[in-house]
Write a protein that binds this ligand. Structure first.
Ligand SMILES: [Ca+2]
Ligand SMILES: [Ca+2]
Ligand SMILES: [Ca+2]
Ligand SMILES: [Ca+2]
Length: 628
């Protein structure tokens, strides 16, 4: 242990004595400022068919009442497998890092993917971020790609016709309807000047960056849309990594012969930025005012969470070789970094780690979000349990993740219930940053297989990566990863990006032999995407699942906005109750919901549309196409 890290142990020990006092104090303060909550209750989704339906919503046709003598619908069987369907889906995207041998650091960091239903037809479309050739080394144009979902398992590249054929040294993306017009907008982070694309609702995007004031120049990474002041308008937080330019590029080497990619310690950090949505298409940079200015940070990932359950959105920011941050929302436009106090800034031995992707979710039915962070090789994945008193407990060894992940360099990662058993599993996209790593550390690989770790309950995980088909086992230099049910058959599919390589769509086969409920929320007083809304589902058997609608998470990427509740083995007596805590403070309760539907809930109006899940999928039959 070196001097630096032993100092951090000292700090950590001193801090622990004050932890419980400070947490108790902050809980008291939060209680004093809690919002008045309206309570709305709906008893049955039966009213769904007669409720008014917004034409802007992805509204599948109302479910028909099933006649008693109707045969049971088709259900798949067999082992769960993720199948590479990229080619048959018509996706042919390859990331261009611009690498030419000069080993500029950004080359090894990109890029991300976002699921976005940009045309509101109820089918998730795919946006892939691209980087480009370096100045003076242009070989051709490198554009990002928007793939429109054709509802039949295939996609069409619509990048040019929608107005997204632009060149930038792109890194990541984030999806959110910042102007509440019912169409999701797109933010693209870059090394350089970022872009905000307003979705015009007519199949076109308009670059409104200059008017909005969200260019956020520098080296941006992951971004997140969230409503930090609960005024119904989505604000934007953009992580920044390091101060880098071609002029400032440093020489580093692993083998004392050839140039290698430098580690971030070589460069100064760069402050992340918070932009407040003023509501007229203009944002105000409130980074300093909010207490978030921090040029020492080297942020790569951001996860939205409400860790103390006070109805105000907090942010967890993973940092590369710098302490992680947990920004507590003080309800007055400011944030306080609680990461050291709550125990998520450093490893258990007081060391900083190389945090990349991150996610927060309720993995144990406690109603509280646990935290996961993808780290460097030999550091293992970090898993922190939220103990409910405001502290986080490092459960990496107890969960088994610490022992299962030391060989992995994890970028994109998240909790996702891949087998729909109701327990959120952990999925990791891996790949080293140094293409020459095997020269100096022969046990490490540049291209690495993905990791899937099944939640066995009691917060223990098992490595099932080798049991889910060959596609996940293929070593790639993965970076971004996102999930969506792109084929609307009820189970969650994956899109994984590769650095300077092809993006791959991996279809989930057979997870939908378990029951499922899919939920889309539409905010009215809250932001229209309902980002930050928390849905608690209770089954007849008494099991409780809670899921939050979120932007951000993973690495440079964003998964679909609809929520998925895995409900385990099919049963006839299932009766579900939903309790929704909207960001506006409104509480809504919906009883007597049946599984195996896709339902849309509008704030204050209960279920406004529902459609049965088509388990046969698009390959086996013409899926009932949600209303256009
Ligand atoms: Ca769509
Ligand atoms: Ca706001
Ligand atoms: Ca599971
Ligand atoms: Ca699916």
């Amino acid at each position: 242990m070196n001097l630096e890290s032993s100092c951090k142990v000292c700090i950590g020990t001193k801090v622990k004595r004050y932890q419980r006092f400070l947490i108790a104090l902050s809980v008291l303060l939060a209680g004093c400022q809690s919002k008045p909550a309206a309570e709305v209750s709906q008893s049955s989704p039966a009213a769904a068919a007669t409720s008014p339906v917004s034409t802007l919503a992805p509204t599948p046709p109302p479910a028909e009442a099933a006649p008693e003598n109707k045969p049971a619908p088709f259900r798949p069987s067999g082992p769960i497998e993720f199948v590479d369907v990229t080619a048959q889906a018509g996706i042919h995207f390859k990331h261009n890092s611009g690498a030419f041998g000069g080993k500029y650091l950004p080359e090894t960091m990109g890029s991300g993917v976002c699921f976005i239903d940009y045309d509101n037809d109820g089918w998730q479309d795919i946006f892939l971020v691209n980087s480009m050739d370096w100045p003076g080394r242009q070989t051709g144009k490198s554009y990002p790609a928007l793939y429109h979902n054709n509802h039949d398992g295939t996609f069409t590249d619509v990048t040019k016709q929608v107005g997204l054929a632009f060149e930038s040294y792109g890194m990541g993306c984030a999806v959110g309807d910042y102007d509440n017009d019912g169409f999701d907008d797109l933010y693209v982070t870059t090394v350089g000047s970022n872009h905000l694309f307003h979705n015009l609702g007519n199949g076109k995007f308009l670059d409104v960056t200059a008017k909005a004031g969200v260019a956020s120049p520098g080296f941006s990474a992951s971004a997140v849309w969230f409503d930090y002041d609960n005024d119904g308008k989505l604000d934007l937080f953009v992580t920044h990594y390091i101060e880098w330019s071609i002029e400032k590029d440093q020489y580093c080497t692993l083998d004392n012969k050839n140039k290698s990619y430098c580690t971030p310690q070589t460069y100064k950090g760069e402050s992340s930025h918070l932009y407040h949505n003023k509501g007229n298409g203009i944002f105000e940079d409130v980074t300093k005012k909010a207490g978030l200015a921090d040029p020492t940070s080297k942020a790569l990932g951001v996860a939205l969470l409400d860790y103390d359950n006070d109805g105000w959105m907090d942010l967890f920011v993973s940092n590369d070789t710098e302490p992680n941050k947990l920004y507590h929302n003080n309800h007055d436009g400011t944030f306080t970094d609680m990461a050291v106090i709550v125990g998520v800034a450093f490893s258990d031995s007081g060391r900083v780690r190389a945090g990349m992707g991150t996610d927060a979710a309720d993995i144990d039915g406690s109603g509280l979000p646990s935290l996961v962070i993808g780290n460097f090789t030999n550091e293992s994945t970090s898993l922190y349990k939220n103990d409910g008193s405001g502290l986080f407990i490092d459960e990496s060894p107890r969960s088994g993740l610490a022992q299962m992940t030391p060989q992995s360099l994890t970028f994109g990662c998240f909790f996702m219930d891949y087998d729909l058993d109701g327990l959120l599993d952990f999925v990791a996209a891996n790949g080293h940053v140094s293409d020459d790593i095997a020269v100096v550390q022969p046990n490490l690989k540049y291209a690495q297989p993905a990791g899937v770790y099944r939640n066995m309950g009691d917060r223990k995980f098992e490595d099932v990566s080798g049991k889910l088909g060959r596609a996940l086992q293929k070593p790639v230099v993965a970076r971004g990863i996102a999930y969506a049910d792109y084929d609307n058959d009820g189970d969650l599919d994956l899109l994984v990006t590769a650095n300077n390589g092809p993006a791959r769509l991996l279809r989930n086969e057979n997870a939908n032999q378990n029951d499922v409920l899919r939920v889309k929320l539409i905010g009215t007083r809250s932001n229209r995407d309902a980002i930050g809304a928390n849905v608690t589902l209770t089954t007849t058997a008494g099991a409780t699942l809670s899921r939050m609608v979120k932007s951000g998470s993973s690495y440079l990427s964003q998964s679909e906005l609809p929520l998925t509740f895995g409900l385990g083995k099919p049963g006839t007596a299932k009766n579900l109750r939903l309790q929704i805590a909207w960001p506006s403070g409104q509480k809504e309760s919906i009883a007597n919901v049946k599984p195996n539907q896709f339902i849309t809930v509008r704030e204050g109006n209960g279920i406004i549309s529902s459609a049965p899940i088509n388990f046969a999928g698009i390959a086996a039959s013409a899926a009932p196409s949600p209303q256009r």
